[in-house]
Design a binder for this molecule. Structure first.
Ligand code: GLY
Length: 371
């Protein structure tokens, strides 16, 4: 079994977190190598790209983390677009959360951070909204990014332009330690050969698969099924975030529809009639006219979920191995702050008191029991 030594920071996982981190570390002058198994399984390609700390009804430390990231996103995107020469499709389009009654609206965890809408306000913000919805909240500060078609490609291009190296089609099989210190990884390369790659520093960002490498991590997969429809351009300006289904209109009229939430499915691949019917029922009640729009694509993926739904950020039980995983429903939103926090954590220099406090709130061992 060959052994290769590198001075680079290893990024274990080539999804959105891995790319965001590789980009940030390279910007800070680090040598970076990304180990990626299969690009299309990354949640960054699956998600709808909502930037929705308020529409998701987050609270406490998770809301704070989401808001910090939302504030960073314009400059983060600007940097990626500058380094890649590609557009990321960022749109601060606002998100409407509809409710059957005003009483339900007023109980929503983030109600005080949105604009209250009655039925006429809902019809103004979402022309054609179904008749069941009598109240709503407009979060004009929330938005979206075109992760699937634009952001992932732009980030990868930006990484390449900054000298990040990629190994595609490789499977990390084991994390190697000297006592409690990270020593490297044992991996199978694209040709099926086993290798040892030694290094002093790595970040684990394997999303839903993270606990396969580090079983102490409290992360399980939560499957989500999605579909898209082609609507007329500008037929829907706001994202509509209904219970169980959301509609995310891209600039060219593509409507991304998500998502089922199936913890019981484990890593079971594929679409199911029940899951797709659930999305169709959501479209019918939220925006009946969209039921006539031509279908484009159907896909699925796996969210990495922790017991409290928040991510695992910062150091691990192994010195030299950091964590950037477990972002559950908010990976696209949280990529910017995750990259910033982990870079600061690795560097140690210039880390602020606020960053230390945030990292403490999302330590991997904050749960009493593993799920
Ligand atoms: N971000 C929404 C979802 O995970 O379905």
């Amino acid at each position: 079994m060959a052994t290769v030594r590198t001075e680079s920071v290893l990024i274990l996982g080539g999804g959105l977190m891995g790319l965001a981190l590789a980009h940030k570390l390279a910007l800070h002058g680090r040598s970076v190598e990304v180990l990626s198994r299969r690009r299309n399984e990354a949640a960054g390609f699956v998600a709808a790209g909502m930037l929705a700390p308020h529409a998701e009804g987050l609270s406490g430390e998770q809301l704070r983390l989401g808001q910090l990231s939302l504030d960073l996103i314009p400059s983060w995107v600007n940097q990626i677009e500058t380094d890649s020469g590609l557009c990321c499709g960022l749109r601060q389009c606002g998100i409407v959360v509809p409710f059957a009654t005003a009483a339900q609206r007023d109980l929503y965890p983030t109600a005080c951070l949105g604009e209250s809408l009655d039925r006429s306000g809902l019809e103004r913000e979402v022309p054609g909204i179904g008749p069941n919805w009598q109240a709503g909240l407009l979060f004009s500060q929330d938005g979206q990014i075109d992760n699937r078609r634009r952001l992932m490609r732009a980030l990868e291009t930006a990484c390449v332009s900054l000298g990040v190296r990629f190994q595609e089609g490789v499977e990390v099989q084991e994390i190697l330690q000297d006592g409690h210190t990270f020593r490297g990884v044992r991996m199978r390369n694209a040709e099926g050969e086993m290798h040892t790659l030694t290094s002093h520093k790595a970040v684990l960002c394997c999303g839903a698969w993270s606990a396969q490498l580090l079983p102490a991590l409290a992360i399980v997969p939560v499957k989500g099924q999605m579909l898209s429809l082609q609507g007329p351009r500008d037929s829907l300006k706001r994202i509509v975030f209904g219970p169980g289904t959301y509609l995310v209109p891209r600039e060219d009229g593509l409507l991304v529809v998500g998502a089922t939430s199936e913890p019981e499915a484990g890593f079971m691949e594929g679409l199911t009639p029940f899951g797709q019917q659930q999305l169709q029922a959501g479209i019918d009640t939220l925006l009946p006219e969209a039921s006539q729009w031509p279908p484009m694509e159907r896909w699925w993926g796996f969210r990495p979920c922790t017991p409290d739904g928040g991510p695992l950020l910062g150091s691990s039980s192994i010195d030299g191995l950091w964590l950037a995983t477990g972002h559950h429903r908010n990976g696209v939103l949280l990529a910017a702050i995750t990259a910033e926090l982990i870079e600061a954590n690795i560097s140690g220099k210039g880390i602020t008191a606020e960053q230390i406090q945030v990292l403490e709130a999302f330590q991997w061992n904050r749960f009493k029991t593993k799920i």
